[in-house]
Design a protein around this ligand. Structure first.
Ligand code: SF4
Length: 335
């Protein structure tokens, strides 16, 4: 059996398994491209469990692309607060403006052209919303497929995704949306990434080469990981009366346009009396922040900062979760 024959043989058992075993998730059972798009963007790099509640609240607040388009950037970032990878929210907002004007695009190229939508997301939206045979291949799907085919192609090589997308295109069934979701579901609940896959529950037990060879965990093959860059930061949680100092991050790059406690290069004592100190770490994809935070009672309300009360910060300033270790300090009012 060659690779395409094996993939073709895997389609129907997978669809039958999916019909029986799919989880009930808030974004399942709709063909509304707006809702599917929001779910796919939220699910990028984020666990299903973490997304559920955000998804519900986000759609309550912005039920249509038009509602999202007419919101301010601050409102959108605030609704996204805590979900991480904030450029997703900015792209979603930008794309909503295009959609509000022209309607939701109806084909792969149109969807792919939306801000923040890559090959995978465009494939998922087109398959699920429009039942088009557009493969959606991410790390999850690659893991499942490289095991099925016992393929030694490194999943970190840039061409591997498109090679697998091509193979899938040849076997895509009429039930495109279900097939796309079934592949994702198998990767999420049976052919899992950490620990041994649950081959005993898999519809591909008799087809999967990795399983037949007993070396499931040799796949997927990965390139050596590059170490993350470590950046040491001093975080100034500066309090004056009931207000705290914030600065806005630049409009480009990591956590673009969000609000944070200022980073400082000099001694915290230059700003006032140091009341408390705490260490915290936050891990991004390519960088780790090793932070030392200082709670400082300010001598004066320095004009280079924006000042806001704890209540106002919670209500209107999107502060990324990288700073969450310092948020309990906001409950302390230093007179
Ligand atoms: S048989 Fe095991 S390794 Fe193969 S696809 Fe199924 S769960 Fe993954």
């Amino acid at each position: 059996m060659d690779e395409i024959q094996r993939l073709r043989a895997a389609v129907q058992p997978l669809l039958a398994w999916y019909a029986q075993n799919k989880r009930t998730l808030p974004w399942r059972g709709t063909h509304d491209p707006y809702r599917i798009w929001v779910s796919e963007i939220m699910l990028q790099q984020t666990r299903v469990e973490a997304v559920k509640e955000y998804y519900r609240k986000f759609l309550e607040r912005f039920p249509t692309a038009e509602a999202l388009a007419s919101a301010s950037t601050e409102e959108v970032l605030k609704a996204w607060e805590g979900l991480g990878y904030y450029s997703r929210a900015r792209n979603l907002h930008a794309a909503a403006k295009t959609i509000a004007e022209n309607g939701f695009p109806k084909d792969y190229n149109g969807v792919r052209a939306l801000s923040g939508v890559g090959d995978y997301t465009a494939g998922a939206i087109c398959s699920i919303a429009y039942n088009l045979p557009c493969p959606a291949v991410d790390g999850n799907v690659l893991r499942v497929l490289t095991r099925l085919l016992a393929s030694g192609e490194s999943i970190d090589a840039p061409e591997t995704k498109s090679k697998f997308a091509e193979r899938l295109r040849e076997v895509y069934p009429e039930e495109a949306g279900d097939f796309c979701q079934a592949l994702m579901e198998l990767g999420a609940i049976v052919c899992v990434p950490n620990g041994a896959p649950l081959c005993g529950e898999c519809p591909w037990q008799t087809l999967c080469l990795a399983h037949l060879n007993g070396n499931e965990e040799s796949f997927p093959v990965r390139a050596e990981k590059r170490a993350r860059r470590i950046e040491n930061k001093q975080v100034l949680v500066l309090c004056h009366g009931e207000e705290f100092a914030l600065v806005k991050r630049e409009e480009k790059g990591l956590l673009a346009g969000m609000w944070q406690f200022p980073f400082i290069e000099d001694e915290p004592e230059h700003y006032g009396e140091v009341i408390a100190e705490r260490k915290a770490k936050h891990i991004f994809t390519h960088v780790e922040w090793h932070m030392t935070g200082y709670l400082v009672r300010a001598r004066e309300k320095a004009p280079q900062f924006v000042w806001a009360s704890a209540e106002k910060i919670a209500e209107s300033y999107a502060v990324p979760s990288a700073f969450k270790a310092f948020l309990p300090w906001l409950a302390r009012k230093l007179k």
